[in-house]
Design a protein around this ligand. Structure first.
Ligand SMILES: NC(=O)c1ccc[n+]([C@@H]2O[C@H](COP(=O)([O-])OP(=O)(O)OC[C@H]3O[C@@H](n4cnc5c(N)ncnc54)[C@H](OP(=O)(O)O)[C@@H]3O)[C@@H](O)[C@H]2O)c1
Length: 290
């Protein structure tokens, strides 16, 4: 019963990082189902394609997830539009990856990944949380959906900054869920394997930096694995539709594991798997001659 009411009334949703990839497809999917979606971009022009396509079902917000002043202004804008209806979901999607061995990553680059993927998720959640508590939503229950990754449960070499940030994002989500339990605000994590998006271009381009270092072979092998993963990546609509199902209460689990690598990531990160076995398997995979 309450889910039906939510589908009718809980029509306002905030999604971060909608200039491309998963975020853009999620906006499309939600808007086509009648939701009014507030989607964040960093450059105002990046919202134009969705505005042209979706009309008044899409409202661009311009902010960097690390800029608390812009977030505050955006939350005020949303508040003025939705008034007492509040919002029914925050979808924390904005994020980025960084390739490279943890030893050699530039400190600034490492910090930037953690800042965007972890601190940014907290800043966004805190900025829009009051709107999840507003009016109808307070009785109906609402959701925070974190677009995490299989890297949030399983650590892989050359992907350290991303793994650390996504593991921390998992903790953040679980803590919010426990702290917000009494307010009927649920927190759900989507842990995906490879999805077609811009993240690959941004990440794979950075692989040449490690030539001539002790990590050269590992970097080359990882690069080949990433190229394979990119070719087998699922379309972003898979995540968009899953997100819609979570928003509308058809999927009720706390976390979802999606795509290639989901099964092996779960096995290798299981507490039943001795860590040294996992270490050895990963080492062999990255060092076998090919
Ligand atoms: N693609 C995959 O294989 C995969 C797998 C698992 C999880 N994920 C997760 O899915 C999410 C979406 O990524 P995607 O694959 O769709 O990649 P994408 O196409 O590169 O989209 C990332 C989005 O995040 C935005 N963003 C980056 N830094 C930001 C910041 N500081 N403030 C605000 N927005 C920022 C980007 O905006 P700009 O255009 O301005 O940079 C872009 O809109 C990420 O959290 C990623 O970790 C992706």
């Amino acid at each position: 019963m309450s889910q039906t009411i939510q589908a009718q009334n809980g029509k306002n949703i905030v999604v971060t990082g909608v200039s491309s990839g998963i975020g853009q497809e999620t906006v499309r999917c939600l808007a086509k189902k009648g939701y009014r979606v507030f989607g964040s971009v960093r450059k105002s022009g990046d919202g134009k394609p969705l505005e042209d396509e979706l009309g008044d079902r899409f409202h661009p917000l311009v902010f960097d997830v690390c800029d608390k002043d812009s977030l505050k202004r955006s939350a005020e804008i949303v508040s003025q539009i939705v008034k007492d209806d509040g919002i029914s979901a925050i979808i924390n999607n904005a994020g980025l990856a960084l390739f490279g061995p943890i030893e050699l990553l530039e400190d600034d680059a490492f910090e930037h990944i953690v800042k965007v993927n972890l601190l940014g998720t907290r800043f966004v959640t805190n900025a829009f949380l009051p709107l999840l508590r507003t009016g109808n939503q307070r009785q109906l229950g609402s959701k925070i959906i974190n677009i995490s990754s299989l890297s949030g449960i399983f650590n892989t070499p050359m992907n350290g900054a991303y793994c650390i940030s996504k593991h921390a994002m998992e903790s953040l989500g679980e803590i919010y869920r426990r702290e917000l339990f009494g307010e009927h605000i649920d927190v759900v994590s989507i842990r995906s394997g490879p999805i077609q998006s811009e993240i690959w271009r941004k990440n794979i381009d950075s692989t040449s930096t490690y030539e001539g270092t002790t990590y050269e072979n590992m970097a080359k092998k990882t690069h080949r694995i990433m190229e394979h993963a990119k070719r087998s990546a699922l379309p972003p609509s898979v995540i968009a539709e899953l997100t819609l199902d979570i928003v509308e209460g058809r999927k009720k689990k706390l976390s979802y594991h999606v795509g290639e690598g989901a099964r092996i990531s779960r096995i290798l990160s299981s507490t039943l798997m001795p860590k040294r076995w996992a270490d050895k398997l990963i080492h062999n995979a990255l060092n076998k001659k090919s």
